[in-house]
Design a protein around this ligand. Structure first.
Ligand code: SDX
Length: 435
């Protein structure tokens, strides 16, 4: 009879241990029984950057990195992007099942009627310089919402918790639009509850003096699809932050601000903005081979390429590439697409990238669409944060409802000085600074 255990022999002591295997994995805490002697702390797993550490059990998103598979609650991303709206997918991610028509109508109505921002948000934004980065303004404004909704800390009260989740999902586009308008010195546009989630967002961004801004349906749908693709991605860097800050029972607004802060980094959600800078630096299709050789020589990274989990084509990048053609049919072709396509063509054939299984990720083509739609690169990560708020909140709520979870507090392997006593100032000799 097959035993679901690992047998580990500690060759230091000759002792053997039976470690249970559950769902194909072991609990690292079961290693602590492996000791040299009774005073020994026991064995830990050392895993910088968590390359092989599961922090939770989750039902929300499944990724198979080798096969390039992404599913939300079991549904393939390709089917969801093709046939659903973003708010429909948001409902699925948050509730575990797709809404019935009646449930969807009620959900859309609920989110729609929470778009307004407290008027103090405007004066809060006025405190930023004209050239403040919209992503940093968004992060700060999200945290500031915590000062408006004093019930935010009542996270164990289901109704209050869900109300604040709706507030965040509904208000992210409003805050993003206000930050964008502030960066241009334009007046703020109030939400229009007769419009869809993305149509309203585009109106709050782009309406000028015309009586009514009408979002182009192809572009509004393209943004909806991009929001679906960015909604969740299991335990990525920013979601890990959401869960870690959430584990201290902080309110959802400051947790979301912390997660957005992690997303803003150039290795994570900030990569879409870096891709555009990279394409501008390359300049022409003819310059691509030399640029690739520079990357292989260690001069920086090919932004928008590579992934911790996907060792195959990111399924989202494939859908975005298809969506780009639909957007360009309305906006005109983004000339940088030719440089991006040449980069992809060469990289996918080059041993350096093939050996390291580096493929285009979600950020490689998204910026080209956003730019063609009229967004400036500084807004690209903001456009990532809006839909990812759904995933962050779903993961945060799953953490709160998981009886196994408690405050996150990793251990360390101490490699610093052993005990030493304080010398008098005059007795000290210069020692090279050791970090
Ligand atoms: C997102 O986790 C998620 O799910 C994130 C995300 C989500 O939806 O939440 O998918 C969104 O963040 C996508 C990733 C966006 N970032 C970028 O496009 C930035 C460029 N990519 C890399 O920085 C990198 O690929 C990461 C950060 C995405 C992943 O890094 P890993 O997993 O830590 O891999 P690594 O740095 O250890 O790389 C392994 C090797 C190294 O070479 P060697 O040391 O073995 O010689 O591959 C090389 C790296 O130098 N490498 C790259 C590269 N990415 C990895 N070389 C050139 N260009 C790259 N882009």
């Amino acid at each position: 009879m097959e035993k679901n255990t690992l047998t580990i022999t500690d060759n230091r002591t000759g002792k053997s241990y039976e470690i249970p295997i559950t769902d194909g994995n072991i609990r690292t805490m079961d290693l602590r029984q492996i000791k040299l002697n009774a005073d020994d702390f026991g064995v830990m797993g050392y895993d910088p950057a968590f390359l092989n550490t599961a922090s939770c059990r989750s039902k929300i998103t499944y990724i198979d990195g080798d096969k390039g598979i992404l599913q939300y609650r079991g549904y393939p991303i390709e089917e969801l992007a093709e046939r659903c709206s973003f708010l429909e997918v948001a409902y699925l991610i948050l509730n575990g099942e797709l809404p019935t028509p009646k449930e969807l109508d009620a959900w859309v109505d609920l989110v729609t009627h929470h778009r307004m921002l407290h008027e103090t948000t405007k004066s809060f934004l006025e405190g930023f310089r004209y050239d403040a980065h919209p992503m940093t303004m968004l992060i700060s404004t999200v945290a500031a919402l915590s000062t408006v909704y004093h019930d935010a800390r009542h996270i164990h009260d289901t109704e209050t918790r869900r109300l604040n989740m709706v507030r965040l999902i509904a208000k992210m586009p409003s805050m993003a639009a206000y930050a964008y308008r502030h960066s241009l010195g334009f007046p703020y546009i109030y939400p229009d509850d007769l419009l869809t989630y993305t149509e309203n967002f585009m109106t709050m961004l782009f309406k000028m003096v015309e009586p009514k801004y009408v979002a182009h349906p192809v572009l509004a749908r393209a943004l909806d699809i991009l929001f679906i693709l960015h909604a969740d991605h299991e335990q990525n860097c920013s979601t890990n932050v959401m869960r870690s800050v959430g584990s201290s029972l902080a309110d959802p607004f400051v947790c979301t601000a912390a997660a957005a802060s992690a997303l803003s980094g150039p290795l994570h959600g900030g990569a879409n903005e870096e891709v555009l800078k990279m394409l501008d630096e390359i300049g022409t299709k003819a310059s691509v081979p030399a640029f690739i050789e520079g990357i292989k020589a260690g001069k920086g990274k090919l932004m928008g390429f590579g992934h911790r989990v996907y060792k195959n084509y990111d399924p989202r990048a494939r859908i975005i590439k298809r969506t780009a053609e639909e957007v360009f049919s309305v906006t005109g072709r983004n000339p940088k697409l030719d440089i991006a396509l040449e980069l992809e063509r060469i990289a996918l054939e080059d041993e350096y990238f093939v050996k390291r299984k580096l493929y285009p990720n979600v950020d490689f083509y998204s910026g080209l669409i956003y730019q063609a739609m009229g967004f400036k690169p500084e807004m690209f990560t903001v456009l990532f944060a809006i839909p990812r708020t759904v995933g962050w909140l779903a993961q945060w709520e799953e953490l709160l409802l998981d009886s196994e979870q408690k405050i996150a507090r990793p251990r360390q392997v101490f490699v610093g000085h052993a005990l030493r006593h304080l010398p008098e100032v005059k007795e000290r000799e210069h020692a090279p600074v050791g970090r």
